[in-house]
Ligand binder design. Sequence first.
Ligand code: ATP
Ligand code: MG
Length: 462
Amino acid sequence: MQSPERIGRYRLERPLGSGAFGTVWLAHDDVLQAPVAVKVLADNWSHRLDIRDRFLSEARLLRKADSNRVVQVYDIGELPDGRPYFVMEYADAGTLADRLATGPLPVPEALRLTALAARSAAALHEAGIVHRDIKPSNILLRTAPGGVHRVLLADLGLAKSLAQASGLTLAAGSAGYQPPEQAQPGAGLDARADVYSLGAVGYELVTGTVPGAPGRVVGPERLRPDLGDGVRRALMRALEPDRERRWPGAEVFAAELDRLSAAVSSVQPRRRLDPVRKRLNTVTLVVAAVLAGTAAAVTVTLLNRDSPAKSVRVADSTGRVSAQVPAGWGGQLRGSGWNPKALGLTSGHQPGLEVADDLSKWPDLKAAVNGVFIGLSEHGDVTARVNALAHSGCHYDGARAFTSADWHGRVRTWTDCPDGGTITETALDPADGGTQPQVYVQVRRHGSGDATEGILRSLRVT
Ligand code: ATP
Ligand code: MG
């Protein structure tokens, strides 16, 4: 598909980014003479009426929130080829995910931004809306008069509800920000689900690391030892698996973060004047850097380089699942697990990992990326679910059997995908005749050579 030059009356300038279900463009509104952002549903989803409906209903809900702390939606429309789009306020200063690209933020700044995001969430809660997908890429920054940044929440669980409709949530990439109740069907979500995600965002801004699975979050002070106890407690209270023990709402959490931010800022200048403290701080920082590396390895585990040029063994954060992947693919790892509901199986949190040369591209099935997703499932029939998967826009090459000492299963292959690459989808059963656990493996490759066989042969599950 060729990139369009115009969408409705909006002149496209450049893509701003892609998510699981579409691409966001920077465009110009020639009538209003202002920049806007236009989100277009990817064409491989636009033929699905249920997904189109959700895409548009989320845009309408965003509009309903009608707050200057939430991204404004100006217009909704449809391209001649049927793809729906919506036009929104352009966040000229990027997202919190962009801010994280250079590592953790100064603590007062991290707390201040998290507090602003929490106030945005509180505005939604007042309108009776739970966001359900608060994460750094959905928290936008816009320059306000005077050069300060406004924080705007975007997306309103868009990716999540679309993913549920498509049966392919593993692409949504929100693990680590999601409270446990969100993985339980029928649990009933309230504002405290967003408080959990806000806690995860704050944790990531101060540590540079996405928190592990609910209930197994490594204390943020282990990743950043100079962190005050008040900050640690505030973040861990937001990340309580039991929502009764969390902050009761986003507004109170915001107030506490603002209080802590002011307290930390007022302490720091005094430290700078004190030469003894200054020396101590330098030592603390060195220790922090070393510890940050060690603790980050809990979630980002490169076990060993068996052959430096060829492959690298990666493991999930529980250490139960590991495999060898081509070294060039091992650049980025997310090891915090997955929800087998992505495949239509019973909902829950299971060990799993996603590793790719560029994880930010992984959610977009049309992006050129090399990587693998491996998810363990202790219930249900993974094979039946994998047999039902289809990749429109690719050529289906058929299935082959796979057998190793530990596993047997079926590898299904699609080639000539929109990015020119190949996707394989594999379901594995234990070779000893048992039915559980089963493993789901998705491999995406751009260019030649099939790495699936090697990855499956190296797979270890304990
Ligand atoms: P997911 O699919 O899980 O939501 P995502 O949030 O990264 O992931 P999109 O919502 O499709 O995906 O957005 C893609 C990118 O476009 C964002 O990461 C952000 O960088 C950019 N973006 C989105 N909306 C805007 C906006 N209104 N103004 C400026 N940039 C935006
Ligand atoms: Mg988004």
